[in-house]
Design a protein around this ligand. Structure first.
Ligand code: B4P
Length: 197
């Protein structure tokens, strides 16, 4: 982790319910600011695709809408961050992480503290509708009605406390994610421009 610590790059946690637009907004942020986008879900799906031991173990959990053990996901993030730092990264969007308060604590303890947490807020009805729509073409085995319900339950039980935790620490910015992709991005850039200066 030495190259990563030496670089001391800004780290943004991107949090929101399933289907809140985290990945969508991260793609736009990368285009504008050039940071490195690391999606915990994408990292896990790459393992599933490659049929690694981690992938085989994670798939069943993801298909049920549960949470993969933090050791697994944090290791994947660390490896990707070190590689990106060595490649000249200017900062990180850590998307879909932390999903539990202890995940955030462990990250900040083992790697570095987060500059800011962006929270995309949307109702369960909106999240469900978006994921069912995506499910028609995504081929993702977790975009079906039963798993979506479990993912929403997991968010409420495990991830909502993350939102409250960083809010209390003055590190959270809440963004209304019920609107169009472009309208949301206007708010996102207003927040990030202040930090980038
Ligand atoms: P993720 O990959 O993070 O799945 P997600 O929450 O659905 O987010 P995603 O980024 O794909 O979707 P987005 O909201 O952008 O996680 C999948 C699973 O992996 C988890 O259930 C868990 O099992 C595991 N996992 C991941 N991270 C973990 C961790 N840290 N610890 C433990 N386990 C972990 O977009 C959804 C759809 O909405 C898209 O089709 C998009 O086009 C659309 N959309 C976006 N914004 C919109 C808008 N404004 N209006 C209309 N549609 C919009």
């Amino acid at each position: 982790l030495a190259p990563l610590r030496a670089a001391n790059l800004p780290v943004f946690f991107i949090v929101g319910g399933p289907g809140s637009g985290k990945g969508t907004q991260c793609d736009l942020i990368v285009k504008k600011y050039g940071w490195t986008h690391l999606s915990s879900g994408d990292l896990l799906r790459a393992e599933v695709q490659a049929k690694t031991e981690i992938g085989l173990k994670s798939q069943a959990i993801m298909d049920k809408g549960g949470l993969v053990p933090n050791e697994t996901i944090l290791d994947l993030i660390k490896i990707a961050m070190v590689k990106a730092a060595q490649g000249g990264s200017k900062g990180f969007l850590i998307d879909g992480y932390p999903r539990e308060v202890k995940q955030g604590d462990q990250f900040e303890h083992e790697i570095q503290s987060a500059t800011l947490v962006l929270y995309f807020e949307a109702s369960n009805a909106t999240l469900t509708a978006r994921l069912l729509e995506r499910g028609k073409s995504s081929g993702r085995s977790d975009d079906n009605a039963a798993t979506i319900k479990n993912r929403l339950d997991t968010f409420l039980k495990k991830t909502q406390p993350v939102v409250d935790y960083y809010n209390k620490r003055g590190k959270l910015v809440k963004i209304d994610a019920e609107r169009s992709i472009d309208a949301i991005f206007v708010d996102v850039t207003a927040v990030l421009d202040k930090i980038v200066g």
